[in-house]
Write a protein that binds this ligand. Structure first.
Ligand code: BES
Ligand code: MN
Ligand code: ZN
Length: 505
């Protein structure tokens, strides 16, 4: 990840490849007049009418020693009336990409002296760093040919006074740590399945836990058997590699305060099993452990920020392989909570491993459980790659996740869990079956999970569309997006006890 720093240095005096200077339409031309006095090329650009402040515009100018940096990139934000955190992220991403294509390595940013539109200087700086840094991601570690990957290497926020430095220190730290968590999650999701198999994922989690400050316990196959996690074992039956069940704990406040439990789907590769997937795009299923990666990334952020909450991460992990020993349609599995399910389709495997994890979560008597899973193609059909599917049993918890989604722009949309949909997953031979076919596929998957939810507030995030991007956009790369890390960090950063609520049916 690029370096992210705050320096006590006037932006006009900082040594950098370029200063990035944001302007709104309303700020023009006034805000640039003073600067135009000292930078002749800016005067000329203004006079030519080339600087409009419109969204998605930028002007690169040479400063001819008027300020220390040799270049200034003037970036438009559009109108203050419509300015949002996301506009700023995207403008910063565009600026960073333009700088990167010019092979500029070090960018410096002034701090706005006052709110811009309705955005506080703190939120402004945070959004600039998020958009800028997150746009500079590449999964390149397996490319051996010489490459100038043309990425910005340093983002410097310039504080002009000690007071400003003190004020923005936590903001820059927060941005750095959150972006690190997103990069880490993207790296895990994008890593090939021959690198990240269940035990390798456990090793990575252990490493990350040691560095960030959370504990990692890894249940092995024998322990998983002893517990009776029939879902995880069923999915693993076709595999040459053993499953693992990761238990990650971060205690940020008194141990007597129950934790929030995060559960992540950790399918390290999903072939579909005996209900084999078609060959086209199957390689995308290396990211079927993105939920687990998001949980690991979030824990790393929460621990590094030392948030005053207790958070537990659970990640059942296995691949889903066809073989002579694989589970087959018609099999009946028995889960940790004693319930049974008939296997209708071995490709509906995520819900089987999550079932055991959701039942296991009950041990913590948690304040809330939030699971993340690349669970259904049906969710991609419903919401595309733009929006995460949201389900759950507790209004206030869902509302908080929606709000965090708006702020972080990791947006979610709720789908119903009406009991009528339950018809679709009734079984003649077991408590339920694991597939309800094509209708309402994201909902029947969530309803399946609901059978394993204990007596706690629960939210389920179907990230099948948002975790795996078919193409690059603004500050999101193609492939693993890191979705969930900023969303959950926001939920946990502002955590307060939930009020008791009659459980919904
Ligand atoms: N991992 C897939 C879902 C998925 C699909 C994630 C596309 C990301 C992109 C999941 O295990 C799966 O195969 N679900 C099946 C369920 C069906 C058999 C009921 C699906 O969605 O087709
Ligand atoms: Mn599957
Ligand atoms: Zn899957």
């Amino acid at each position: 990840m690029p370096a992210v720093e705050l320096r006590r240095k006037d932006w006009q005096k900082i040594e950098a490849d370029a200063v990035v200077y944001f302007v709104t339409q309303e700020q023009l031309p006034g805000k640039l007049q003073e600067l135009a006095e000292i930078i002749p090329s800016l005067r000329a650009a203004l006079d030519a009418g080339d600087i409009t402040g419109k969204e998605k515009t930028s002007t690169l100018l040479y400063t001819a020693q008027a300020i220390r940096a040799p270049r200034i990139l003037i970036v438009g934000l559009g109108s203050e009336n419509t300015l949002t955190l996301e506009t700023i992220r995207r403008a910063a991403a565009a600026a960073a990409k333009r700088a990167a294509s010019l092979r500029l390595r070090h960018l410096a940013f002034p701090i706005p002296p006052a709110p811009v539109g309705s955005i506080t200087p703190e939120d402004f700086v945070l959004s600039v760093l998020e958009g800028g840094v997150l746009s500079q991601y590449r999964f390149a570690k397996y490319i051996t040919r010489e490459q100038d990957n043309g990425l910005v290497e340093r983002f410097t926020i310039c504080a002009s006074t000690p007071t400003e430095q003190r004020r923005f220190h936590p903001v820059v730290e927060y941005a750095r740590i959150v972006c690190e968590g997103v990069f880490l999650t993207r790296d895990l999701a994008n890593a090939p399945p021959n690198e990240i198999y269940p035990e390798a994922l456990a090793d990575r989690a252990r490493q990350i836990g040691t560095q960030a400050g959370f504990s990692v316990r890894v249940l092995n196959k024998a322990q998983i058997e002893r517990l009776g996690m029939g879902g995880l074992l069923g999915v693993n039956r076709g595999s040459a590699r053993p499953p693992v069940f990761l238990i990650m704990e971060y205690w940020g406040t008194r141990r007597t305060i129950p934790p929030i439990v995060l559960v992540g789907k950790g399918i390290t590769f999903d072939t579909g099993g005996i209900s084999l997937k078609p060959a086209a795009n199957m390689s995308e299923m290396k990211a079927d452990m993105h939920g687990a990666a998001s949980v690991i990334g979030t824990l790393s952020v929460v621990a590094r920020l030392k948030l005053p909450v207790n958070v537990v991460g659970l990640a059942p992990a296995t691949d889903n392989m066809p073989s002579g020993s694989a589970m087959v349609p018609g099999d009946i599995l028995r889960f940790l909570n004693g319930k049974t399910a008939e296997i209708e389709n071995t490709d509906a495997e995520g819900r089987l491993i999550l079932a055991d994890a959701l039942a296991y979560a009950e041990r913590y008597q948690p304040q809330a459980v939030i699971d993340l899973a690349t669970l259904t193609g049906a969710c991609v059909v419903a919401l595309g790659h733009v929006t995460t599917g949201l389900f759950g049993n507790h209004r206030e918890l869902l509302k908080r996740i929606k709000q965090a989604g708006e702020r972080t722009y990791e947006r979610v949309w709720e789908l119903p869990l009406y009991e009528e949909y339950g018809e679709l997953i009734k079984s003649d031979v077991a408590d339920i079956k694991n597939s309800g076919g094509r209708p309402a596929g994201a909902i029947t998957a969530a309803l399946f999970l609901k059978h394993f939810v204990g007596n706690y507030p629960w939210a389920h995030l179907d990230i099948a569309g948002t975790a795996i991007a078919p193409k690059e956009t603004d500050y999101m790369p193609k492939g693993g997006t890191g979705v969930g890390v900023r969303l959950l960090t926001e939920v946990l950063r502002t955590w307060e006890p939930l009020s008791p609520e009659a459980e919904e049916k």
